[in-house]
Design a protein around this ligand. Structure first.
Ligand SMILES: [Ca+2]
Ligand SMILES: [Ca+2]
Length: 378
């Protein structure tokens, strides 16, 4: 049972249901009646916001639609409890759970910053003066986190996160040893979900895909005969990993893998990885809009080149299939980011290895096609 991260989610997200009731729904109801807070209006508002920064690209891509964009150019404080922070009022996220939003059991902070300890360069986002800080404390607290920003309305329509969906964001894992010991951010990373969608808005759930960060991963490198498990070279490096298990058995099927690994889609190239103290652009494509599914991922370091690091395509990737049952085809209502990091205290010794981490994120975007995502000159 514990081998599957899909099942590990169970307890933390029990609380998510409560959050939906308290923060997501009640929160939306407290907004003035003049303000349209429907997801469609929010997406439009955010799209307009993004267009302001990238009007040329938006005009040049009539086919695709930018559904959501947040550059995190607003202030959310770390050391002040606010149950309805600017993530909701300005960022248009539908919910938030963190220590500093006053939620118990969160195990982490979510806030925005205008500087990163130890980092001297510019932020990589459009006209960026602020970025999101994701501070996970599974090491200090010796248990799994359950903190997140939520997108989408569980009472709203299906496919608010479309079946064919693109995500893109800049990510920075900080490892900074302050000589004065005032701003140490000695991140380590063992494992954690990062994008956790739900088909019906409820949690825990079996999404059609789950995007995970891992220290140990199941990769199948191009040119190699078989997939294999590998460990990242340090805890300051993160491997991308996607899963598709399904309620009635694994949908993704890596045919040369053992039963317990058949749905774990690791990187297919290690030419690029997420490493500490460097901004990396992460671009993701999930398509479960037909019975034949796909997952692709690209990484691009700031100042570097784009490298495709994962390709799992039903009908194309050899010795692999990913068939979505016809009645499950489509997308999801909501997603949460990041949710769980580290292992739960109830799982015994494993939680002893948990580590704290400081992840920074800029220009989060979700779109219906690649050409609608913000572009950054190489
Ligand atoms: Ca920004
Ligand atoms: Ca230090």
């Amino acid at each position: 049972m514990r081998k599957s991260p899909m099942r590990n989610i169970s307890w933390p997200v029990v609380q998510a249901a409560v959050v939906w009731a308290l923060v997501g729904l009640v929160g939306a109801g407290t907004v003035g009646v003049a303000e349209d807070t429907s997801p469609a209006a929010q997406a439009e508002s955010n799209q307009a916001q993004a267009k302001g920064a990238s009007s040329r690209e938006a005009q040049a891509s009539p086919a695709g639609k930018l559904l959501f964009f947040d550059g995190f150019e607003y202030e959310v404080k770390r050391d002040e409890v606010n149950p309805r922070p600017a993530f909701i009022t300005q960022g248009k996220w539908s919910g938030v759970k963190s220590i500093n939003s006053g939620r118990t059991g969160a195990g982490g902070y979510l806030y925005t910053v205008d500087r990163i300890p130890g980092y001297k360069g510019k932020f990589p986002g459009r006209n960026s003066r602020r970025v999101l800080a994701i501070e996970g404390r599974p090491g200090t607290l010796k248990t799994q986190t359950d903190f997140y920003l939520a997108y989408g309305d569980p009472q709203g329509p299906a496919n608010q996160v479309p079946g064919d969906v693109w995500f893109q964001f800049w990510l920075y894992l900080n490892y900074y040893d302050d000589p004065k010991d005032k701003e140490d951010q000695l991140s380590g990373f063992t494992n954690g979900k990062f994008l956790y969608p739900s088909p019906d808005g409820r949690y825990p759930t079996y999404p059609l895909w789950l995007f995970v960060f891992r220290h140990s991963s199941y990769v199948w490198l191009q040119g190699e005969k078989e997939p294999r498990e590998i460990e990242a070279s340090s805890y300051q490096e993160i491997l991308l990993h996607a899963e598709s298990m399904g309620r009635d058995g694994p949908y993704a099927n890596i045919k040369k893998g053992p039963d317990y690994n058949r749905w774990k889609m690791g990187q297919t190239s290690l030419e690029e990885r997420i490493v500490a103290n460097r901004w990396t652009l992460v671009k993701l494509h999930f398509d479960t809009s037909t019975t034949s599914a796909r997952y692709e991922a690209w990484l691009r370091p700031l100042g570097g080149k784009t490298v495709k690091v994962a390709e799992w395509i039903d009908g194309v990737t050899p010795d692999f299939s990913w068939k979505i049952p016809p009645d499950k085809v489509g997308g999801h209502k909501v997603f949460c980011m990041p949710t769980t990091m580290g292992d739960h205290a109830e799982w015994g010794d494993r939680a002893k290895n948990n580590r704290d981490c400081w992840i920074y994120l800029d220009d989060f975007a979700m779109a219906t096609s690649e050409d609608a995502l913000p572009k950054y000159p190489e």
